[in-house]
Design a protein around this ligand. Structure first.
Ligand SMILES: *Cc1c(COP(=O)(O)O)cnc(C)c1O
Length: 378
């Protein structure tokens, strides 16, 4: 039994919808499927506006443009995240200020944020790791008291919520990813969620090469012109067609993932009870989306041996982020505020097991058995 770490989601309807996009003779951006995807996301999340983008990276760049990030500004974020969380702001000349994570959720430690705020701080950028929400009440309270914006990297967070409110809808802007490794995919793609209606027009202009073409297509202006700076952040309608097939089955896809997640949890609980591994923690405020199932080993050395052991059994498991503050660009464009108690240590212990829509119960059982066999022999 050979098991990949990830298999991109596919429901069966994708080709039909992509054919329809071609038949529509509308394969550029903002065609019918893009509209359907955006409306679906608006309805699911209750956000004012969703703009489909070419990636979550680009959605975050759009958010940085909308937040008017200028050289010298500071953005508070975890170091344990993907490079795009930092790049979007660094591209505008800002400094990434990293704070430590909580070891239980691997999310930015909300208690470390306030101390990192300076006169230059403009944005707090929480990352909802593994689709498990950050402590948003605390983060929104800090942002409110210090008049900071919140831009959520909710790349992994679609269909997940904190106290019943969808991730990506707390801050001024929220960013989803539809990369092939995410729960729903269009190959490469993403979405920007805009909380306040006043920001919609500017966002549309930045996304459409600095023009008011979106208004033109709605018949609101009689010609479109260059209005501001901007770039091209529109995905093709063919990609949106691929995505729409999955959004239609969002509940089913999420349920299948949750089933596998809970199966892993149950099968590996004995190892956790023996103190051999640690399992993920879901705060009671959070509903997650089974984006990821990870375990934590004793240390990096044990993790390397487990990865090799599983590979021998043809199971691909992977570790995750190398903390940004330890990377060359992180040293150049960022600084770590406070002490790195958990970021490095926990990132060296985390191991992600295969998790994807079409992972079967048998495969999950086989993987858990192999993890147990490794610990029985070690
Ligand atoms: C996947 C991911 C991104 C980047 O998403 P793209 O759509 O590939 O640009 C950013 N942040 C986090 C936390 C991610 O998991």
């Amino acid at each position: 039994m050979k098991i990949n770490f990830n298999v991109p989601p596919f429901t069966g309807k994708e080709f039909e919808y992509m054919r329809q996009a071609v038949d529509n003779e509308k394969i550029c951006g903002d065609g019918p499927f893009t509209t359907q995807c955006s409306e679906w996301i608006e309805e699911q999340t209750g956000t004012s506006k969703c703009l489909l983008t070419t990636s979550c990276t680009h959605a975050t760049e759009l958010a940085a443009l909308l937040a008017d990030i200028k050289p010298g500004d500071e953005v508070i974020m975890p170091s344990y995240t993907f490079v795009s969380t930092a790049n979007a702001f660094v591209l505008r000349g800002a400094t990434a200020v990293f704070v430590d994570i909580r070891p239980d959720t691997m999310n930015m430690d909300e208690k470390k944020i306030e101390d990192a705020i300076t006169a230059r701080t403009k944005v707090i950028a929480p990352v909802h790791y593994a689709g498990v929400g950050c402590e948003m009440d605390t983060i929104m309270d800090i942002a409110g008291r210090h008049q900071l914006m919140v831009i959520e990297d909710a790349a992994q967070g679609i269909m997940a919520s904190y106290k019943g409110k969808p991730l990506g809808t707390f801050g001024e802007y929220g960013c989803f990813s539809f990369h092939e490794t995410k729960n729903f995919s269009m190959g490469e793609g993403g979405a920007l969620l805009i909380r306040d209606e006043k920001d919609i027009l500017r966002a549309e202009i930045f996304r459409e090469k600095g023009t008011d073409r979106s208004q033109f297509f709605r018949g609101q202006v009689d010609k479109y012109r260059w209005q501001d700076f901007g770039s091209s952040y529109l995905p093709s309608d063919m990609n949106a067609a691929y995505l729409y097939a999955q959004l239609e089955l969002a509940e089913e896809i999420t349920k299948a993932r949750i089933d596998r997640w809970e199966q892993y949890w149950e099968l590996l609980t004995p190892l956790a009870q023996q103190g051999r591994i640690e399992l993920p923690y879901i705060p009671k405020e959070c509903v997650h989306n089974a984006h990821m199932f990870y375990i934590k080993t004793k240390d990096m050395e044990e993790r390397s041996r487990l990865i090799a052991y599983l590979k021998e059994k043809e199971i691909l498991s992977v570790f995750h982020y190398v903390p940004l503050h330890s990377a060359p660009a992180g040293k150049k464009y960022g600084r770590f505020h406070g002490e790195d108690v958990y970021t490095t240590k926990e990132s060296e212990r985390i191991l992600r097991l295969p998790m994807f829509y079409r992972l079967t119960a048998d495969e999950t059982e086989y993987i858990a058995d192999q993890v147990k066999a490794f610990y029985a022999a070690n």
